[in-house]
Design a protein around this ligand. Structure first.
Ligand code: N01
Length: 546
């Protein structure tokens, strides 16, 4: 065909497949396993050198998951029966160990091409197949393109003037060298105080000769309360099947759920309120956010009250009034929870060290990077040996829109979503037939535990692909009306809360020029799962199959 001729393949494999999976983090791994079980002809391409997705890339000091170990794993029995974790919140290295274990059990690697970056995909309407190209000239022709690119696979590096002139070493947090970077005694700078920055600062503080933190917005970080665990036998307060079942009902885990306060903040006395806050605070994890009074995300007054408690607790850990004012300001930087709260153990204590400088970028923005360090607007050069750029991700959509994906009408996914994201059920989008995605926009992504959303959505995708195969259907399209309605629902569900009050990746607001809009389904995992099921049970309502 014309399309094939235009591609002028060099080293291609032209293989026809049922499914090509892009990415082998938790989503890709889970889908590969489930699709193989259904007898589908499936292959996965992975940009990284191994399994793991975000856990393959994010190797910065202190990188760890902020979900408790028992819920942050996959449900197939062979994967949890003999596996145990060494910490309440496992580190990135332990997650890579877990992925090695998963591969040992499921023998996944024989169907994965590593170091293989998908750069383009074009839909061939004659064949109802995608023609997918990689950076090194491979071509495959899958019926279905399943994007398992995760929510944080496209890093965001702000266009700092002069960055390449820097004479020391600099790394984005999500592209940390495999051998690590020796920070001992070095002059280390960290730009960004999101979850990545906080985790790095907590580790780098005690190691560095001098640490300079460039903060634009104070982080309302919550106590993690990390614990070491006895790896075997693992003590759990419930069985895994129960834990997993609860997850799908929208509960993070039983103990956090039991802390949930089903009242409004000011329905109880000041003493009761204080006692409730203290309980959440002592538990750690995400409790102070997800189990707080039920109006925390909808009432500014309620949110301010929780913030005042947080500020008091945090200031008590800081010796210097200047640091107190910058790190736990009088006026909340934004309401708690409308930007992803991150978890820490010793983050604030780092600022009591004499060798730590906090640069407030809201007063002195970065002017440029010079060979010896970072120059701020007042002309000061902060001299550095190592610069860590922890500035986050073009989250939720960037992993997909960075691939040149062209639908039958010639329009790219990027150009479509540049005008605002539209999806049906957070798994597919109109004009891009036979293409699915999970753990991205319009799913419960940011508001659930990763594996929960991933399995829920992936099960739907796998069932749908299997249904198509068994019924000899070669094409699935999203009905434009269905995506208009789903998108309206996503927007509507977010409208009552305080989300707009923070510039965060939740709304695409962290990336200059990206449309600011609700990007997550906030109706809860239970409602979301019901919507998925309803569509599937009604012959894939909202889709056209042929
Ligand atoms: O990224 P972020 P992240 N000049 O976007 C600052 C997950 N995660 O990598 O707040 C100067 O949150 C920016 O400042 P501001 C988790 O879901 C989880 O930290 O926009 N600074 C901010 O401080 C998380 O939410 C874990 O004013 C600039 C920071 O960079 C998500 O990934 C660990 C700037 C970016 O923060 C992303 O986290 C790590 C500029 N031009 C990540 N541009 C855990 O499991 C941006 N910033 C615990």
């Amino acid at each position: 065909s014309l399309i094939m001729a235009a591609l002028a393949p060099t080293d291609n494999i032209h293989r026809e497949l049922d499914v090509l999976i892009v990415g082998t983090g938790l989503s890709g791994v889970y889908q590969l396993y489930q699709m193989r079980k259904r007898g589908l002809d499936v292959l996965a391409f992975e940009d990284g050198g191994d399994l793991g997705g975000v856990w393959y890339w994010n190797r910065y000091p202190g990188a760890r998951v902020d979900s408790q170990h028992s819920i942050y794993q996959l449900t197939p029995e062979e994967l949890w029966k003999d596996w145990s974790w060494s910490e309440r919140f496992p580190a990135s290295s332990e997650l890579r160990e877990y992925f090695r274990y998963v591969d040992e059990k499921l023998d996944l690697k024989r169907d994965i091409h590593f170091n293989t970056r998908v750069v383009a995909a074009e839909f061939d309407e004659g064949a109802n197949r995608w023609i997918v190209r990689t950076h090194d000239g491979k071509i495959v022709r899958p019926r279905i393109l399943s994007l398992c690119t995760g929510f944080a696979s496209k890093k965001y590096l702000p266009p700092f003037k002069g960055l390449d002139s820097f004479k020391g070493v600099y790394h984005h947090s999500a592209q940390w060298p495999h051998g690590g970077v020796d920070l001992r005694g070095k002059r280390v700078g960290v730009i960004g105080t999101g979850a990545s920055g906080v985790q790095i600062i907590q580790e780098a503080g005690p190691e560095a000769g001098h640490l300079t933190v460039f903060q634009r917005t104070a982080n309302i970080a919550l106590p993690m309360r990390q614990k070491k665990l006895d790896r075997s036998p693992q003590k759990l307060d419930d069985t895994f099947p129960n834990i997993f079942a609860l997850r799908f009902e929208g509960c993070l885990d039983r103990s956090i759920m039991q802390l949930y306060i089903p009242h409004n903040t000011f329905d109880v006395s000041a003493e009761e309120r204080r006692a409730a806050y203290e309980k959440l605070w002592d538990y750690g994890a995400a409790a102070f956010w997800v189990s707080n009074f039920k109006d925390i995300l909808t009432s500014e007054e309620a949110n301010n009250e929780a913030y005042a408690f947080w500020r008091e607790k945090t200031r008590a850990r800081l010796n210097d009034p200047g640091m107190q004012a910058k790190l736990a300001p009088d006026i909340p930087p934004h309401p708690i929870g409308v930007k992803r709260p991150c978890l820490e153990d010793t983050y604030f204590e780092v600022y009591n060290q004499p060798n730590v400088t906090l640069v407030d970028l809201s007063e002195q923005p970065i002017d440029e990077i010079v060979p010896s360090g970072v120059k701020t607007a007042d002309g000061t050069v902060h001299e550095l040996d190592v610069l860590v750029v922890a500035t986050g991700f073009d989250a939720l959509t960037g992993g997909m829109t960075q691939i040149d994906i062209k639908g039958p009408n010639g329009k790219t996914l990027k150009s479509k979503w540049d005008e605002g994201v539209k999806t049906n059920l957070g798994v597919a989008t109109a004009d891009f037939p036979n293409m699915f995605f999970v753990y991205g926009p319009h799913g419960p992504t940011a508001f659930t535990n990763g594996p929960t959303a991933i399995e829920m959505q992936s099960d739907w995708v796998v069932n749908c692909v299997d249904h198509m195969k068994r019924n000899d259907l070669s094409r699935i399209d999203v009905e434009p009306k269905a995506e208009t309605e789903w998108t309206a629902l996503v927007h509507e569900l977010s409208s009552g809360a305080l989300w707009k009050r923070a510039k965060s990746w939740y709304m695409g607001a962290n990336i200059p020029g990206k449309p600011v809009e609700p990007l997550n389904f906030t109706g809860g995992v239970n409602m979301y799962n019901n919507e998925l099921k309803r569509s599937a049970e009604n012959d894939y309502e909202g889709f056209v199959l042929r």
